[in-house]
Design a protein. Sequence first.
Length: 95
Amino acid sequence: MQIEGIRTIVPQIEEGKPTEKVLGSFTEALRSMLHEVERADANASELKRRLLVGEPVELHEVLLATEKAHLAFQTLLAVRNKLLEAYQELTRMPL
């Protein structure tokens, strides 16, 4: 059995600089989360509108959509707060 060195398995990473792949995937994850919150809010708003104008919509569907939108927004807010805390922690670090 041949053992390969760790340098051949793990791609080389420049010290002190985040790789484009990591930065891109993080950005895409945040963008995806924001789009999901927007979709959930739009869906809840549409169901509420349909209920208010008298279209046949089940009340429990409106409540579930509204709660999903609320939870998605709360999750996004928690992520934003954690990012701000991390940024503030970095700015307080002595050089």
